[in-house]
Design a protein around this ligand. Structure first.
Ligand code: SF4
Length: 355
């Protein structure tokens, strides 16, 4: 029998495997699966032999049939502001990045859902890397496991308190794997992140938003970045397919179904989307569904043609939104010196060509 990787199971398929392949009595499979699940996801178990509460023969059986191998860290970079970026080499050799951002009261881990991206947002470094592949759910969850291992985050009081799917890729173009990964992240017997501790960020794949409202049910962040179709199309080609009008409709539905505000992400590009007129147009969008806006400092990367908006201008843009009665925050850029900030992630993985 070939070795299975533990992280490719969900709880259901793990139970099945224990019954059909390891011949564990059916009445005991739920208990055994739960023990394994908790040991791996809650305590960071790395060898079945350490599970002294299991019979020794079972530990042997598990070790010879299931591997606990995870992707490896290929490089670690620490920013002067405490942000850490890990370059992770997946078991198939592709590379993906994830970033830990420590703050006073919380620690956020930003994870990726694809290697590369198809969307080519003009201000985004990841967008210059062609899509190499969709990550499978275990590759998404393992970014969290690796970060927890690095930070020794196995106590009740978590170091990584929040998870955002805002790294490389468009989560809704890898919907099924993202959905399964979020289920594993939420599992109370495992990693135990509540829905309000996870944010899925989309560039605006409008037709997936209602399904996500019913099935994924985390916080939703929409990368809006412009208040009109004209400007949005300039910087986000996906707007040719899904217009702002569609996004507003689907965001209304999401906010109502999940009963939460949507976060609008808005990267500020000098002379492109940062005028007073833009701010006023943005408030008209914000009037249509419960939401708040995060204004993001643009982080230049090698070869990009955009410039960041001056801080003072960002503040007056923000004030127009606040004066209209909406929440607007300016997100300080983190990890810029290690290209770990928003929109700066990119790896050297390329799609292999087959002749
Ligand atoms: S901003 Fe997001 S969706 Fe757009 S190119 Fe970058 S990774 Fe892809």
């Amino acid at each position: 029998m070939s070795l299975k990787n533990f992280f490719d199971f969900n709880l259901q398929t793990l139970k099945q495997f224990l019954t059909t392949d390891l011949n564990i009595e059916e009445k005991k499979t739920s208990m055994r699966a739960k023990q394994l699940w908790q040991a791996v996801y809650k305590k960071g178990l790395s060898e079945f032999n350490h599970l002294t509460n299991l019979p020794i023969e079972l530990r042997g059986e598990l070790s010879s049939n299931i591997s606990l191998e995870k992707p490896k860290i290929a490089n670690t970079q620490k920013s002067s502001d405490g942000t850490i970026k890990w370059l992770i080499q997946l078991l198939d050799g592709n590379k993906v990045e994830c970033v830990f951002i420590p703050e006073k009261t919380r620690g956020t881990l930003c994870i990726s859902s694809q290697v590369g991206c198809t969307l080519n947002c003009r201000f985004c470094h990841t967008g210059t890397q062609r899509l190499v592949k969709n990550l499978n759910f275990s590759e998404i969850v393992n970014q969290v496991m690796i970060a927890k291992e690095q930070l020794n985050d196995w106590q009740e009081q978590k170091i990584i308190t929040n998870i955002v799917l805002m790294g490389m890729g468009e989560p809704f173009y890898n919907y099924d794997n993202v959905k399964m990964a979020v289920e594993i992240l939420k599992d109370k017997d495992g990693l135990n992140y509540g829905s309000k501790k996870i944010t899925v960020s989309t560039a605006g794949i409008a037709d997936k938003i209602p399904q996500a409202a019913r099935e994924i049910r985390t916080y939703l962040a929409l990368s809006l970045h412009a208040p009109t179709d004209e400007i949005r199309e300039l910087i986000m080609p996906i707007n040719k397919k899904f217009k702002i009008k569609d996004l507003i409709e689907q965001c209304k539905y999401y906010a109502k179904t999940v009963n939460e505000k949507i976060t609008l992400e808005y990267v500020m590009l000098r002379g492109i989307n940062d005028s007073k007129e833009c701010a006023k147009q943005l408030t008209k969008i914000m009037a249509q569904f419960p939401c708040k806006v995060n204004l993001i400092e643009f982080n230049p990367w090698p070869g990009v043609n955009y410039m960041p908006t001056e801080r003072k201008e960002m503040e007056s843009f923000s004030k127009i939104i606040q004066d209209a009665g909406y929440v607007s925050t300016i997100r300080r850029s983190r990890g810029q010196d290690i290209l770990g900030a928003c929109g700066q992630l990119r790896t050297e993985s390329q799609k292999r060509k087959f002749n």
